[in-house]
Design a protein around this ligand. Structure first.
Ligand SMILES: [Zn+2]
Length: 288
């Protein structure tokens, strides 16, 4: 197969027609327009065939040989005529390729999520930057959160563990809930003040045992929503309590600097010593 046989159109859905391609040192821009004749309403699911208008959208796709790929798309808006549905214009979507109002293709989102899970959000953003994909660490987190919300909710047992984690240290925090029997995460909630936890517990009244950290926010939330639930301080935080207590006692009873007498051989040459005080200094070591 010759190089000229590579068909760019075959990499895109048949509902898109390529109008032209531009290339710069950093970027490849592909101009396409939709040729679809129908789509379905995202509210009521009705098939739609009446065009309401069209609009431009710039979408980022997987890079080609290190060059950023920007799709300049002309997309149709359809009109939902179902009398039981709110009258509204519906922007068309392309299953498996582009979702509603998305600024990047689904295959690029998939690649970013896999890379982030295998490395970290910040490392993922740095690697993508070297591949000329424009994205920030915060956007990677948003993509992962969006993917998490679209997953079916896992079953949750009656014994759970609750702890907090930082989306961005000293700025934003979340709460993670883990099934203690399967050790699988079952929910990730915004904030760590206990409000989102209360809402989650109201929908999971079957929970009977909670292991948690030492913070009072989770304790109060569980006490308020599930007063009969057993609360257990988890092993990590019990160890942390113990170490804090030991450090406090040592801090009170042991001085910061202690002089320890050291047994050494007597100095034979008395002339080395100029005074009894200097001799004393030579026979003593200091411990911090
Ligand atoms: Zn509709």
């Amino acid at each position: 197969m010759s190089a000229a046989a590579l068909d760019l159109q075959s990499f895109y859905p048949p509902d898109f027609k390529i109008l032209g391609v531009e290339e710069t040192n950093q970027e490849i821009i592909i101009h396409m327009h939709s040729v679809s004749q129908e789509c379905s309403c995202y509210k009521c699911g009705s098939p739609l065939i009446k065009h309401h208008g069209s609009h431009h959208r710039n979408v980022q796709d997987l890079p080609i040989l290190g060059k950023r790929v920007k799709l300049d798309l002309q997309i149709f808006d359809y009109e939902c005529t179902n009398p039981t549905c709110d009258p509204h214009a519906v922007t068309e979507t392309f299953d498996g390729f582009l979702t509603y109002n998305s600024r990047m293709t689904e295959r690029l989102e998939e690649f970013i999520c896999i890379l982030a899970i295998e490395t970290s959000c910040e490392a993922c953003a740095r690697i993508l930057k070297s591949m000329n994909v424009k994205i920030s660490g915060d956007t990677v987190i948003r993509l992962l959160s969006k993917r998490y919300l679209s997953q079916p909710k896992p079953a949750c047992g009656s014994t759970i563990g609750i702890d907090d984690f930082a989306y961005k240290k000293r700025h934003s925090y979340g709460t993670i809930i883990v099934d203690e029997k399967t050790h699988d995460p079952v929910a990730v909630l915004d904030g760590r003040d206990g409000e989102s936890l209360k809402e989650w517990l109201r929908q999971n009244q079957h929970v009977t045992t909670v292991t948690r950290d030492r913070a009072s926010a989770y304790a109060k939330a569980v006490e308020e929503v599930l007063p009969d639930c057993m609360q257990v301080a988890d092993r990590f935080h019990l160890h942390q309590n113990l170490m804090d207590a030991v450090n406090k006692v040592l801090g009170r009873t042991v001085p910061a600097t202690t002089a320890v007498p050291c047994e050494t051989e007597p100095i034979k040459n008395k002339e080395l010593s100029t005074s009894p005080m200097d001799e004393g200094k030579k026979n003593r070591i200091y411990c911090g």
